[in-house]
Design a protein around this ligand. Structure first.
Ligand code: IMP
Ligand code: MG
Length: 174
């Protein structure tokens, strides 16, 4: 099954880049506490690996799950909450951890929603950025990799709920 998938970013490259991101984040936050909000399900592998590398900070891990509704395959910007944060983020340093930013509609909504809860700081960390597809202009504070407009799977990202458990990021087709 997996042989139809071509490797775009291998495991070592992903892990090295996450190391670099963790160093950058630790430097920015000094010894302050950080709340990582992992957006389910796609960001789980990334958020967990990143959290393990933030050894100089107290890290609180929280989860949110949202889905865009409407009947097309692309996000519509109309968001349903499936799971909200479990902690009060007022006056906390919050980083939203996303797997991939495509149109930006989901993240634009999430950012504004969390901003309203009065965090001390609110930043965005995305493993992958498909810039050419962007509809909402959002500032990504920490980006893993810029990628072309290809549908990618693996390392948390799915196609029809499959392939999340690949340790690399791959793409289907050519
Ligand atoms: P956006 O609102 O268009 O930015 O939607 C981003 C969400 O769509 C991501 O969090 C992913 O769940 C999903 N997504 C976008 N592109 C891909 C892809 O290439 N592979 C898998 N999921 C994707
Ligand atoms: Mg996602």
């Amino acid at each position: 099954m997996n042989d139809k998938i071509k490797v775009l970013i291998d495991e070592e490259t992903i892990q090295n880049r996450i190391n670099e991101l963790a160093i950058e984040i630790s430097k920015d936050y000094k010894n302050e506490e950080i709340v990582l909000i992992c957006i389910l399900k796609g960001s789980t592998y990334f958020a967990i690996d990143l959290s393990k590398k933030l050894i100089n900070n107290d890290v609180i891990l929280d989860f949110m799950k949202v889905s865009s509704y409407g009947n097309n395959l692309e996000s519509t910007g109309n968001i349903n909450f499936n799971l909200d944060t479990s902690i009060d983020i007022k006056n906390k340093n919050v980083i939203i951890v996303e797997d991939i930013i495509d149109t930006g509609l989901t993240l634009n909504f999430l950012y504004n929603y969390l901003k309203n809860k009065d965090p001390k700081t609110l930043k965005i960390c995305a493993l992958l950025d498909k810039k050419e597809r962007r509809q909402k202009n959002i500032h990504i504070d920490y980006t893993g990799f810029q990628i072309k407009n290809k549908f990618v799977v693996g390392y948390g990202l799915d196609f029809d709920e499959k392939y999340r458990n690949l340790s690399y990021i791959g793409y289907i087709g050519d």
